[in-house]
Ligand binder design. Sequence first.
Ligand SMILES: [Zn+2]
Ligand SMILES: [Zn+2]
Length: 351
Amino acid sequence: MQVARLHGPTDIRIAAEPEPPPPAAGEVTLTIGTVGLCGSDLHMYEAGRIGYTTLSRPVVLGHEFMGVVAALGDDALDGNHQPLELGQRVAVEPAVPCWRCELCENGHPNLCPNHYFYGLFPEDGALRERMNVSARNCFPLPDALSDEAGPLLETLGVAIHAIDLAKIRLASTVGVLGVGPVGLLITRLAVLAGASQVFAFDKFDWRLRKARDWGATHAFNVDECDPAGAVMEATGGRGVDVAIEAAWADHSVQQAADMARYGGRLVLVGIPPDDKLQLQHSVARRKGLTIMMSRRMKHTYPRAIELALAGKVKLEELVSHRYDLAQTAEAYASNLAYERGINKVILRVGT
Ligand SMILES: [Zn+2]
Ligand SMILES: [Zn+2]
C-alpha cells in the first residue's frame, strides 16, 4: 500500500509499504478515506519537532481522519460501546488513553500519561491506505456527514473542549485570537454558547470574513490594529470576559491577556514553535486572570457529530484545498506557505 512518510523537516516521501497485520482484539483495520492537515502537523513538518517531541525516525503524519471498516478484531466495540460493522464509515479520535490510570478513571483521558496518539511521533498516523486503530476510538459517521466532514470532527472537538474550559455565560463577551480552522470553530461555538459580542483576530482577511459569516460581531486584522486597543475601544475600556488564544501562542498570548477584563478568563489553545509561554506577569496578576491550558479534547465526538448533524456548524465550509495522497508533499508546502485563501486542507487517501 502507498504511505506518505515524513523523513525530516519538509521531507515527505511516498513509498510502498507492507499492509497492516490482521487487527488484534479491540482493533479494526480501516481503509482510510480522508485526512485533515492540522497546524500541529505543520510544526512537525517544518521543524521535525513539536514541544519536546522530536522526530528521530520517519513517521506517518495524519491525526484528523475518517475511514471505512475493512476488518474487525474480536470485541471491536466503538466509542459508544456498540459493535462495529464491516463497511461502516467512522471518524477516529486520535488519542488512545490507557483507560485505567488515575486521570482516565477521573474522567480526564486527554491527560492520560500513558496515552499514544495516531500521527504523533513515534506513532504512525493516517496518511496511508490502510491502518489498524483502536475500535473504541471509532465513532460511526451518520450518512448525512460527508467524508470531508469526518476529519473535521477532530478539529471541532478541540474547539468544543476550549469552549468547555471558557465557561462562556449568556451575553458575555469573547475575544478569539487566530481564526484558522480551530479559531473559526471556537468563534462559531462562542456564538452558539450565547456570547453577545465575539471579537475575531487574524492576519488573513479571508478568515476574518468567514468569522463574520459565522457570527463574529467584530473582526480585526492584527496587522492593521492593536488587538487589545480595539477591544478596549469597543467595550468602553472594560475588556472581554474570556479571551481565547488559538494562533501560534507567541505575542498573541500577551494580546489575549491585555484584552481580558479584570477577573477575566484566558484559554490557551495555540502551540508556540519555541515551546515558551510569554506573558507579562503583572498584567495577568493585577487582573487576577484565570488561565486555562487546553489539552486536546475529551468526550467530544458525540457532541461534535450532533452539532454537525444539526447544521449548527458547517464543517465543509472550512475546506479550502483538496489533494490526493500522492500530492501530500505539495499539500504541506502550500499550507506552510499560507497560500491565499487557505483554510483547511484535506488529503483524499481512498475516496
Ligand atoms: Zn489537529
Ligand atoms: Zn490513562
